[in-house]
Design a protein around this ligand. Structure first.
Ligand SMILES: Nc1ncnc2c1ncn2[C@@H]1O[C@H](COP(=O)(O)OP(=O)(O)O)[C@@H](O)[C@H]1O
Ligand SMILES: [Mg+2]
Length: 255
């Protein structure tokens, strides 16, 4: 429940971050933050620099200026501090589900047998128990997303970066996955920064939403989502939900 979380301490701060690729300015002067235990979304049109922002937070790309702080310490350009589920499905096709999801444990130095056992314990929570020994190519899109998510989760970082995790799914599977994400997050309460271009998804999941302009991406609005939790997808038809949606649509179309 939202009231049970204090949401006081800052987990992530992004300060004055800019990024230009050759002649294309992708991100302009972005300031944002995520508090401990908070679920924050970034919404914006395609190509506005959303993935670039996550790449910079994860240290895969270094900003031209500005800084990234995690627990008040600079991690600008440094990797290994956050769990990142990139936009593209990065499961290894030659490894089974269990062999894929145990990768972060192996990387952390846990021996194979122990890593397999520990990862296997999470399969039921992530709805993957019967798919342990399947290869990614044998799974539905939703299953692959869950496996990617479990692998990200097993990085065991307090900040999860999720880049359009349900982007390629059909509407019904997407609803199921959103509900499932809310449940998992309800249990584990990490800080989450999620990217989406789906306004309903952003409102349904988030405590707060940043709205980005078309490229170069800059923050044009910050919206609090004061809807009660736990939330079910039916909330998307409520008057409070619609009011928030209408405001975000105004923000997006005014720029
Ligand atoms: N490595 C790169 N080299 C050159 N241009 C890039 C690179 N990464 C992203 N861009 C460009 O930066 C802009 C923002 O990209 P991206 O962050 O992927 O947008 P979004 O995730 O919002 O769709 C796009 O115009 C894209 O072509
Ligand atoms: Mg992207």
């Amino acid at each position: 429940m939202i009231g049970e979380r204090k949401l006081e301490e800052q987990k992530l701060k992004v300060r004055g971050v800019q990024k230009t690729f050759e002649t294309i300015q992708a991100v302009q002067d972005v300031d944002l933050h995520v508090k401990k235990g908070e679920f924050v979304s970034i919404i914006g049109p395609s190509g506005c620099g959303k993935s670039t922002i996550l790449d910079m937070i994860a240290g895969l790309t270094t900003p031209d200026s500005g800084e990234i702080l995690l627990d008040e310490e600079s991690v600008t350009g440094k990797r290994g501090h956050v769990a990142y589920m990139p936009q593209k499905d990065v499961l290894f096709p030659w490894r089974t589900v269990i062999e894929n999801v145990m990768v972060p444990l192996e990387v952390a130095g846990v021996n194979k047998k122990k890593a397999r056992k520990e990862a296997a314990e999470f399969l039921p929570i992530f709805g993957l128990s019967e798919f342990e020994d399947r290869f990614p190519g044998e799974l539905s899109g939703g299953m692959r997303q869950r496996a990617s998510f479990l692998r990200t989760y097993l990085c065991k970082k307090d900040l999860l970066l999720l880049d359009e995790p349900f982007g390629k799914l059909d509407a019904l599977t997407r609803l199921q996955m959103q509900q499932w994400l809310l449940e998992i997050w309800g249990q584990f309460k990490q800080s989450v920064l999620l990217i989406t271009h789906d306004i309903d998804e952003a409102i349904l999941l988030s405590d707060r939403i940043y709205v980005l302009s078309p490229r170069p991406g800059k923050i044009i609005a910050e919206v609090n989502v004061d809807l009660p939790r736990p939330r079910a997808s039916k909330i998307t038809t409520s008057a409070d939900f619609t009011a928030i949606k209408s405001r975000i649509l105004d923000d997006l179309t005014e720029h």
